[in-house]
Write a protein that binds this ligand. Structure first.
Ligand SMILES: [Zn+2]
Length: 344
């Protein structure tokens, strides 16, 4: 994690302590804790309480954890290692059309993050973009859109970077990729609006953004079908999910087709002929076995016509000051076209 992210995370945590709670709720015994609980207060969500300790730290506490976390939907096809949990389910097994209850009340939803949409769901280049990208400054808090159980929370070398996958009571799963820091662990139960991590630029990503996906049985559909990302509002209380909405290639490609697009060779052979799904899985496993890249690898940018330091800083979710420091220049130093600047 870059220093900038650390700073933002610390600042965010300080800010959140006075606003909405950010620390993950865990199963634990009160007597195991080094500090004693001194108070329990209501959180922004009626399903969660906040416990405050003598050392001024606090945690979420969900009184109904045992009941909520042991629902059938969290027992069936539950894997905490792989991104995909429903490899044996075929698209033909999915109903033609089904009604999905998204929320009971307004407390059951929160926008993942608000920001400019930098890339929508759908075909992109030679591949398929299976989620929506929202630009953000590194360190921006990312919220659980619905309540649910954390199925995956770690670094993913297929392109997602630091990734959280939540499974929700209605069977949908939401994915939050390229995070700079995780704030939950596998098997945590989270309420809507709980901070699950902080946005960043990890994995196959150019510039800080949230890559957000919605899946049912591993199959993706456009998140804009349920969320208006310009306002952050949920579009439906009950949503009719049609089989025709699904992207059928979801099942074959575990990795993302992100901005770099250099995963293409994993899906075709040297002559450009498509590989079988078995060959693709083998390639992905080989890629996953490669050492995990450090998340603060230097990123360079070649100055183009019309650029200035502010534009470049905004593009990479950084500041002019940070770029100047990395390159030993001042904000008034002229930059020229073709110049190579370190931006991260
Ligand atoms: Zn994306």
């Amino acid at each position: 994690m870059g220093r900038r992210c650390v700073v933002f995370v610390v600042l965010s945590i300080v800010a959140l302590l006075s606003a909405s709670p950010a620390v993950s709720q865990r199963k634990y015994n009160l007597e195991d804790l080094p500090e004693r609980a001194i108070d329990t207060i209501d959180s922004h969500n009626p399903k969660a309480k906040i416990i405050i300790y003598t050392n001024n730290t606090w945690r979420y506490w969900i009184p109904d954890y045992e009941t909520l976390a042991s629902q059938d939907v969290y027992l069936d096809h539950w894997t905490t290692n792989g991104v995909f949990a429903y490899r044996d389910v075929k698209i033909s097994d999915v109903p033609e059309s089904m009604e999905v209850k998204l929320v009971e009340s307004l407390d059951d939803y929160h926008a993942p993050v608000l920001g400019r949409i930098s890339s929508r769901y759908g075909p992109r280049g030679s591949g398929m973009h299976k989620g929506i990208d929202i630009s953000l400054p590194t360190g921006e808090p990312i919220y659980a859109t619905f309540e649910g159980k954390v199925r995956y929370a770690k670094y993913n070398s297929g392109g997602y970077g630091y990734l959280v996958i939540l499974r929700h009571p209605n069977g949908l799963e939401t994915y939050y990729g390229h995070l700079c820091k995780l704030n939950v662990e596998v098997d945590d139960y989270v309420v809507a609006g709980q901070v699950i991590g902080y946005g960043g630029n990890t994995g196959r990503s150019r510039g800080a953004h949230l890559h957000y996906e919605v899946r049912y049985a591993d199959l993706t559909f456009d998140p804009e079908r349920i969320i208006d990302f310009s306002t952050g509002d949920l579009k439906w209380q009950n949503f009719v999910l049609e089989r025709g909405y699904f992207n059928v290639s979801s099942k074959l490609t575990e990795a993302l087709e992100e901005e770099d697009g250099d995963l293409g060779e994993m899906f075709v052979d040297k002559n450009g002929n498509p590989l079988t799904s078995e060959e693709i899985v083998n390639n992905l496993e080989k890629a996953a076995a490669k050492p995990k890249p450090t998340v603060n690898d230097a990123i360079y940018y070649k100055v183009k016509s019309g650029d200035n330091l502010y534009k470049i800083a905004a593009k990479y979710g950084t500041t002019v000051g940070a770029i100047c420091k990395l390159n030993g220049i001042s904000s008034s130093t002229p930059i020229r076209i073709g110049q190579r600047l370190r931006v991260k």
